[in-house]
Design a protein around this ligand. Structure first.
Ligand SMILES: C[S@@+](CC[C@H](N)C(=O)[O-])C[C@H]1O[C@@H](n2cnc3c(N)ncnc32)[C@H](O)[C@@H]1O
Length: 391
């Protein structure tokens, strides 16, 4: 493909990404892969170059653009050589005076006021920088030092005692240590959320929003004799946990929940849990460095909806904790309403809970919890708070 044809392909893909972001459809990565399934003439260099263009355009524009072309024109403001490709054979249509160019930026304008006051504009750029590849060592089966030696160029992560860091594009799915269940891909920030639970052997631990089980597996590695129940309302995500647990040789019970019946479905855990982790669905604003088009998906209505779900999940989780037990609430978000605001609301309505300092040496205090940010901690962005039920 010529450079002009690659640019045209990027514009076509971006058009699809825009529709998908509006309709809550497939992620950009999937759309890129799908696009090339029907275009066998494109070689691996073409695919890589087009993918790179698509993601550079997504990173350049904060708010969902009107078209792929408008997004690419925003990118061309940083890289004027792209303008020369318009009107070339197989390239995009020639440029027209006064054409719409999307506004460049990091944070959508309407969302700026929602960010935690800790996230000052000088650290916004870091929210879009490429993340390294972090692995969590399965400390039930190997030490970090042993596993470090198995990966060339690996460094220990600075904040999590379980993590090792590799270059962003390292492939590990065929690595022997991965196949043997000694490592899992997990951002250092996610590892710190599991650390905040301080899981101990013999405890009953409920991971209420377990998804594909990344944090359940970390909890099982930290406390192999704990009784861990991983639940989620998404069957597809939860079904990934079984094979991962098998590879890690971790004993984790899995249960699919069917909203709005979660309380009945968890009746055997009511008031029984030593720890409940609520890794709640959220805006994902802490993970834009991995999913930059998350900015295009978010709307005020979607944010309101997810804040409502978080509140409901917190209420439900509180029912499961036994007196003296702890509730760890986390969101991969940098928005106050989902983090510090959500916990303040909970504390205002529940007098039998107290805040406990999270046992992680990272982040900054944000209300009743801690905030990890890409700019300050070089992790994905997370809010985490730990509450204890005293009666
Ligand atoms: C942030 S993700 C969890 C990520 C996961 N803990 C991990 O470490 O990979 C939030 C999860 O909450 C789940 N969820 C949403 N509503 C739920 C409900 N009512 N009950 C249980 N899980 C729910 C979603 O399906 C999603 O998998």
């Amino acid at each position: 493909m010529t450079p002009a044809a690659r640019l045209q392909a990027a514009i076509e893909i971006l058009d699809e990404v825009i529709v998908s972001a509006r309709d809550d459809g497939a992620p950009a990565d999937t759309i890129v892969t799908r696009y090339f399934k029907t275009r066998r003439y494109a070689g691996s260099k073409d695919r890589r170059a087009v993918r790179e263009l698509v993601f550079r355009a997504i990173r350049a524009v904060a708010q969902r653009p009107s078209s792929g072309r408008a997004a690419v024109l925003a990118l061309a403001e940083d890289d004027p050589s792209l303008n020369d490709l318009f009107g070339e054979p197989r390239g995009p249509e020639p440029l027209v005076d006064g054409e719409e160019v999307s506004e460049r930026g990091v944070v959508p304008e309407w969302l700026g006021a929602e960010l935690s006051p800790l996230v000052e504009p000088d650290e916004w750029r870091a929210m879009l920088e490429r993340a390294p590849l972090d692995l969590r060592v399965n400390i039930a089966r190997a030490s970090r030092e042993d596993v470090l030696g198995e990966f060339e160029g690996a460094e220990p992560t600075p904040l999590s005692p379980w993590g090792i860091r590799l270059a962003a594009d390292t492939r590990i799915d065929e690595h022997a240590a991965f196949a043997r269940g000694l490592v899992e891909v997990q951002d250092e920030g996610s590892q710190l959320i599991a650390l905040a639970c301080d899981a101990k052997g013999g405890e009953r631990i409920l991971d209420l929003c377990a998804g594909a089980g990344g944090k359940s597996l970390a909890l099982a590695a930290a406390a192999p004799s704990a009784a861990i129940l991983a639940t989620d309302s998404n069957r597809a995500r939860l079904s990934k946990l079984g094979p991962r647990a098998e590879r890690a040789q971790a004993a984790i019970e899995v249960r699919l929940l069917n909203p709005p019946n979660e309380l009945q479905e968890l009746s055997d855990w009511r008031g029984q849990a030593d720890v409940v982790l609520v890794d709640a669905p959220c805006s994902g604003s802490g993970t834009w460095r991995r999913n930059p088009e998350g900015r295009w998906r978010l709307t005020p209505e979607r944010l309101d909806r997810v804040v409502g779900v978080q509140k409901r999940l917190l209420e439900m989780a509180a029912e499961m904790v036994k007196p003296g037990g702890r509730l760890v609430y986390a969101v991969c978000s940098l928005l106050s309403r989902e983090g510090a605001g959500q916990i303040q609301g909970f504390l205002d309505g529940h007098s039998s809970w107290i805040v406990e300092e999270t046992p992680i040496a990272a982040g900054r205090l944000d209300g009743a919890g801690r905030l990890l940010t890409p700019g300050h901690d070089a992790t994905d962005g997370f809010f985490v708070a730990r509450l204890v039920r005293f009666c």
